[in-house]
Design a protein around this ligand. Structure first.
Ligand code: NDP
Length: 335
């Protein structure tokens, strides 16, 4: 899938072009490269940022080259001492059937230790979104038992995990999402104490007042814009906001202003942004905890799976309309 050219506004399927080409299924003699057969690809909101030619924490895509993103793959040839033929890995790969990666590093291409867990989980709960939810909630939000937690985009890859971590910590958790099906999932599958469909509310301040009559201690921010404004109006004194993402702003030419930002001062709120890329060194610790949670069924997980590499562009775009129910995964090949 080739990235066509830089865009503004909402991404379209035609910005990503399916194409065919042939490559030699062998790494070049004497190189440090790894040849991967891609199995599962991850659709992640941050990928939208790479479609615009601006300086950011991650370089933009290169027009004419494949879209790059997180995925799970099998090593089919290697000239690199860190990887052997037959290894399963997760990390940054290409939106293509086979990828030749030059000089991959253990932090960006991680060898999968527990291959008995579903391999697609390494695009989500056991991969980048999982560690985002874990670090964002436990380290950035500094939660305590009994606190009142609100999560936006709560049924997605990150949100569904944050809600469950908060329940394990003994917090009261409410989530919002954009459909009845998602709200039902939050309440009946992920164990949120309550949930609402933000698309059915005219004024976002009112539902938050209803669910948090005493105010919000922790807001796990995935959405930004109007939602952030409404949350600020409902935060408690000394509340914390873990600023993980602001998906409502990613396709706007100019981001919306936050009218209530002065409340950050008057309520002495600590709002802290974070990037998972700064926390990848914690992965070995994280995977041990998550493996345990999954095998003991303390955490459940929902994926939205699309079959076929050619359907990846539509799946990525769907993140911005809320089409995905759970973590969006694209299956390229199951083995
Ligand atoms: P999700 O699986 O939650 O998918 C995105 C969801 O966002 C959609 O399903 C939709 O759900 C919601 N959404 C889309 N547009 C809007 C909008 N305009 N207003 C409100 N909600 C919207 O994605 P992830 O869990 O992968 O990511 C969640 C957030 O975390 C994103 O903001 C992402 O950028 C951020 N992130 C940050 C990282 C970091 O290092 N800081 C790392 C990974 C993710 P709905 O139907 O509920 O509207």
């Amino acid at each position: 899938i080739i990235f066509r050219d830089y865009i503004s506004g909402f991404p379209k399927e035609s910005d990503m072009i399916p194409t065919t080409d042939t490559i030699r299924l062998k790494v070049p003699e004497g190189s440090n490269s790894v040849l991967l057969k891609n199995l599962y690809l991850s659709c992640d909101p941050y990928m939208r940022g790479r479609m615009t030619n601006v300086d950011s924490y991650i370089a933009p895509f290169t027009p004419g080259l494949p879209v790059m993103g997180y995925g799970v793959a099998k090593v089919i040839d290697s000239g690199n001492p860190n990887y052997n033929e037959g290894d399963y890995v997760w990390g940054i790969t290409g939106w293509e059937q086979y990828s030749l990666l030059e000089n991959p590093e253990p932090l960006t291409l991680v060898k999968i230790k527990y291959t008995y867990l579903p391999l697609s989980y390494y695009t989500g709960i056991l991969g980048m979104p999982g560690i985002t939810a874990y670090v964002g909630f436990h380290e950035i939000a500094s939660p305590k038992k009994g606190e009142f937690v609100f999560v936006s985009a709560a049924s997605g890859a990150v949100g569904q995990l944050v809600g469950q971590f908060a329940k394990l910590m003994g917090c009261y958790v409410v989530g919002c999402a954009g459909s009845k099906e998602k709200v039902d999932l939050l309440k009946n599958k992920f164990g949120f104490d309550d949930a609402f469909n933000y698309k059915e509310e005219h004024d976002l301040v009112a539902p938050l007042k209803r669910y948090f009559p005493e105010g919000i201690d922790i807001y796990f921010e995935n959405v930004g814009g109007k939602m952030l404004d409404a949350v600020l109006a409902n935060m408690k004194l000394h509340g914390r906001i873990a600023a993980c993402g602001m998906i409502s702003q990613y396709n706007l030419e100019e981001s919306e202003g936050v009218r209530n930002n002065f409340l950050i001062i008057t309520k002495r709120i600590r709002m802290e942004g974070f990037l998972v890329f700064d926390h990848l060194h914690d992965y070995p610790k994280f995977i041990e905890v998550m493996k345990q949670y999954i095998t003991e069924e303390k955490i459940v997980y929902v994926e939205d799976t699309v079959e076929g590499l050619e359907n990846a562009p539509a799946a990525l775009i769907g993140l911005f309309t809320g089409r995905n129910v759970g973590k969006q995964v694209v299956v390229v090949s199951r083995e």
